[in-house]
Design a binder for this molecule. Structure first.
Ligand code: 6R9
Length: 659
């Protein structure tokens, strides 16, 4: 079955099938009218969303803004995220409804291992896991734990178990290496880390336990390691410190019940580390009440979630997208969702299409990088399967180029279903700017993010904080507090104020470039700072530079992002070697390998160039703007603040030698 684009000659937006959907198709003007009405009192809107959750204790005030920017939502309210996602459904007609359809990686024309967990199963597993945390490890409200697990059901189960007893968790993406694990455990002061003997990824075992052992050489607070047996790989177990989950579980009653803690709305739920412009990753702390409210609102309006749906967010739980739209968002709605281990396109490019077909996925949430990879592999892998169950799609993580949008919309969206690009970030907790097929849907335009959601006030500012005219590029900002916003940066409230709330008074500075068009749609163009999005993974240039200079051959390094056809962006490094070290192709390869081992395999370099000088200001700061201009063949602009102009020539020469 192959369709041609626009076969009816109609523009995409008129080909939507309204009978499948709950939304009203509205014109941009009509949407803006509804939006402005809501924005006369956004707190009232957010309260109407919050009321649809189950609270142990209702809140008093919707927003406490007495100590900006440390806003608190739904003050006085009490609730529990584990209760909302698990108990609520296990105690309802959804008890025997499937919550999670899980497929593991060893894959041979289908999964070798698969699990289906109903809401009752999930309730039991989460309670038993909470019992382990509470009774075996003695953890209590306010303690912190780390999770370094592959994409197996134990990961959401332990997240929910921690939330149940008020333990704040921090998940480390399983593609990060020992240093990242150690830094995060130390900053979060984690007492326990839960990991696995390994995880499958593209036919190889990721040695998670081994990495944890290395990380624990430099951690100060971690007392215990709990190990899930996943791959059966032989790992070393330190007596008194390490234990296997299945052994611990033999002591836990099948029907263990652990009372969910009454959490205050503003109590932290989790910490998630994310990259910024300088320094080590920031531990973004999310609250409970505001966060769960934003997720409910977006599951309803952006995803139009219903009991008949099979929801599939293809992200990894190690990133915020997985926290919000695999764990807390869909489960709070009592949805049936798909979760998978490994890669979407391994061992065959159509693994993901086979998942869609076999489970009749109806809502698909994926990334531009994934779509561009599928484009390269060819549409025959998609048309081989029936994907007509899909009724709604969105992408996330990076800007989507119109070609990729059109291609995917034609092939999987049959040229007619709603397909948006949801803009948000770790800090926002959930989606902020997006098409909303669950309520009012404005016509789609390939590549856009659409208008801000109801309740969210955004803008595009110039350097002085004046709104940019339509069609002009500026800095994306959020101008009103929203539920789901960070509580703070862990251990560093000053940094929270400085990074997000200091460029403009009382306005949240995002760090993205954007354009607002004549219809009020936003087009987010990419980061305005030293943050890369490699295949949608957020990585600071600073982190890659630090990884490079740990190599004994490297004296200095500057990393910039350059465009890449599939991954959106990749890194390009300019390296000064220590005296006496000779540049060579072998060394280049060694450095790439070194960074992958020491930072993580998600670091993808286009090239590593050797130079003897880097463009710096007189105060010694590397001018990445100049380097990026060279690496993207664009004009270098003003270089009057440079210490040594010859450095630019040298970077140019190095770049052109290896283009
Ligand atoms: C959810 C997530 C945040 C950064 C953000 C922006 C980019 C995310 C986007 C998008 C254009 C979209 N980004 N979604 N850019 N269109 N639909 O990705 O969080 O990892 O914190 O990254 O991702 O640059 O600033 P996070």
């Amino acid at each position: 079955m192959s369709q041609t684009e626009n076969e009816s000659g109609l523009p995409f937006q008129e080909k939507i099938v309204p009978e499948l959907l709950r939304h009203r198709v509205v014109s941009p003007e009509e949407y803006m009218r509804i939006y402005r009405k809501v924005m006369e009192n956004p707190q009232e809107y957010w309260e109407s969303m919050a009321r649809e959750l189950d609270w142990f204790q209702p809140w008093g005030k919707a927003l406490d803004d007495t100590n900006p920017p440390f806003y608190k939502w739904f003050v006085g309210g009490e609730l529990n995220a584990s209760y909302l996602t698990v108990d609520r459904h296990a105690n309802s007609w959804r008890r025997n409804k499937v919550a999670i359809i899980w497929e593991g990686e060893p894959w041979d024309n289908g999964p070798k291992e698969a699990r289906k967990l109903t809401y009752l199963d999930l309730f039991r597993e989460v309670n038993r896991a909470a019992y382990v945390l509470k009774e075996v490890y003695g953890l209590k409200k306010g303690d912190r734990i780390g999770l370094y697990l592959p994409m197996i059901p134990e990961l959401p189960i332990f997240m929910l178990a921690a939330a149940r007893i008020g333990v704040t968790f921090t998940v480390v993406f399983s593609g990060f290496s020992a240093q990242a694990v150690a830094d995060r455990m130390n900053d979060a002061e984690a007492k326990l880390i839960i990991t696995a003997d390994g995880g499958w990824r593209r036919g190889k075992v990721v040695p998670l336990k081994e990495i944890v052992d290395k990380a624990l050489e430099t951690t100060t607070t971690v007392k215990n390691v709990l190990v899930v047996r996943r791959t059966g790989t032989e790992v070393s177990m330190k007596p008194g410190r390490d234990a296997y989950l299945h052994e611990v579980m033999t002591k836990v009653p099948v029907n263990a019940y652990v009372e969910p803690e009454r959490m205050k709305s503003e109590d932290p739920l989790y910490i998630l580390y994310t990259s910024g412009t300088t320094g080590k990753p920031k531990g973004i702390v999310h609250d409970t009440g505001g966060y769960m409210t934003l997720l409910h609102s977006t599951m309803k309006h952006v995803f139009d979630i219903r009991d008949t749906d099979v929801f599939w967010c293809t992200a990894d739980i190690g990133w915020v997208t997985g926290h919000s739209y695999i764990v807390f968002g869909p489960l709070q709605e009592g949805a049936t969702e798909v979760m998978y281990e490994g890669a979407m396109d391994y061992p065959e490019p159509d693994r993901w299409v086979s998942i869609v077909e076999r489970h009749q996925v109806s809502i698909l949430y994926t990334s531009p990088t994934a779509i561009r990879t599928f484009m390269k592999q060819g549409e025959q892998w998609i048309t081989k399967h029936d994907t007509s169950s899909v009724r709604l799609m969105h992408s996330v993580g990076e800007p989507i180029n119109p070609e990729a949008w059109r291609w995917f919309h034609r092939l999987v969206g049959r040229g007619k279903i709603p397909f948006g690009s949801t803009w948000w970030m770790t800090e926002t907790g959930g989606i902020m700017i997006s098409h909303a097929p669950g309520s009012y849907l404005v016509p789609m335009k390939p590549g856009t993010n659409g208008p801000p959601l109801l309740g969210v006030e955004a803008n595009v500012f110039d350097d002085e904080g004046k709104p940019m005219p339509e069609g002009k590029k500026g800095y994306l900002v959020i101008t009103k507090p929203w539920p789901g916003m960070p509580l703070t940066i862990n251990n560093d409230p000053d940094r929270y104020v400085k990074v997000y709330w200091s460029k403009y008074p009382n306005v949240f500075y995002v760090g993205d470039y954007a354009i607002k068009d004549e219809d009020g749609y936003y087009w987010i163009l990419g980061r305005a700072d030293e943050v890369l999005k490699i295949a949608g993974h957020r990585i600071g240039t600073y982190e890659l530079e630090s990884a490079l200079i740990q190599h004994p051959a490297v004296a200095e390094a500057a990393v910039v992002g350059v465009p890449d056809q599939v991954r959106g962006e990749v890194a390009e490094a300019f390296v000064i070697l220590r005296s006496g070290v000779e540049p060579s192709q072998k060394l280049r390869e060694e450095l790439v390998k070194f960074v992958k081992e020491n930072f993580g395999p998600i670091a993808v370099f286009k090239e590593i160039h050797f130079v003897t000088k880097l463009p710096k200001t007189r105060s010694g700061k590397i001018m990445r703007r100049v380097i990026r201009a060279v690496a993207t063949d664009s004009p270098v602009g003003d270089v009057t603040t440079l210490e040594d102009e010859a450095s630019v020539e040298e970077v140019k020469k190095a770049f052109h030698e290896f283009k």
